[in-house]
Design a protein around this ligand. Structure first.
Ligand SMILES: O=C(O)CCC(=O)C(=O)O
Length: 279
């Protein structure tokens, strides 16, 4: 484990459970709700609770739903959901990252390995190997039934946010303000268009540093197999900034993967996710 990994793990270990923590703006960081697959009459109630929590900035953990079929992290089972074990993939390699972090001139773009999907799965058993595979698009992910209504709201919102509208003179307009003379949507958000899903496959012990994925809204993660500790970061200045300024300030924090400045300027809450959990 590299020194920054150790620092990040200590920071997470000393953080409270996200289910017990609050954001700077006083709302709960995370709440837990239960999905009962045997009682579809309660889906509306669940999805209203979800709406309410998310609209006040509270994250939601729903327990009790999992994508089908259920598979284990196993060379005999993953082919059920992935096309071919020969697929070439690019993975993050914790050993390469540690070597870069320890180098006098670290290059953290140089932490990847090229490998076959099947080999990656087998290497999960190898103690000398610790990798993370994030480039497996899944164009037809299962949608949790309690999220369907919310997706419609998100589509409506993203179509009216004016982030990506084209103005009447044809030039792209990227602004938070509705101050232009718009003729319609120039693009829709990538996730909205493609209903993008990703399969994330991770060797035990791999640590992903905090980062900001900004290409969609209503992003959810469901655990198919194994467990994962997820962390939320509360950046106290957030409430005073507009969205653009906030994203810029996050970039400064999240680019520092050597000193990990988030460990001093943010507080965290963590949650242990397991099969059947959707965040
Ligand atoms: O799980 C990871 O290692 C990173 C995944 C990720 O970027 C995400 O789910 O937003």
């Amino acid at each position: 484990m590299s020194t920054p990994d150790l620092k990040a793990v200590r920071f997470m270990a000393s953080s409270p459970s996200a289910l017990q923590a609050s954001w700077t703006w006083s709302m709960p960081m995370l709440i837990e709700l239960i999905y009962d697959p045997t009682d579809s009459s309660r889906i509306l109630e669940l999805s209203s609770k979800l709406d309410h929590a998310l609209s006040q900035g509270t994250a939601v953990l729903v327990r009790g739903w999992q994508p089908q079929p259920v598979v284990d992290f196993d060379i005999d089972q993953i082919p059920i959901i992935r096309p071919t074990m020969e697929q070439p993939v690019v993975v993050q390699d914790a050993y390469k990252r540690a070597a870069q972090q320890a180098s006098p001139q670290p290059d953290l773009s140089n932490v990847h390995s090229h490998i076959g999907l099947g080999e990656f799965i087998l290497k999960a058993q190898d103690a000398e190997c610790c990798m993370n595979l994030l480039d497996l698009p899944n164009s037809h992910p299962d949608v949790p039934p309690f999220l369907r209504r919310l997706f419609d709201n998100i589509n409506a919102l993203s179509a009216t946010m004016l982030d990506t509208h084209v103005s009447r003179d044809g030039k792209a307009k990227k602004s938070d303000a509705a101050d232009g003379d718009f003729i319609g949507i120039q693009t829709i958000l990538f996730d909205t268009w493609r209903c993008t899903g990703w399969d994330l496959l991770t060797h035990g012990g791999f640590l992903t540093y905090p980062h900001h994925d900004a290409s969609g809204m209503c992003t959810y993660v469901s655990v198919r197999s194994g467990t994962k500790i997820w962390g939320y970061l509360d950046t106290p200045e957030s409430g005073k900034m507009n969205r653009t300024a906030l994203f810029d300030s996050w970039d400064q924090v999240f680019r520092d993967n050597i000193n990990l400045s988030f460990t001093t300027c943010a507080k965290a809450g963590t949650v242990l996710l397991q099969r059947g959990d959707t965040l």
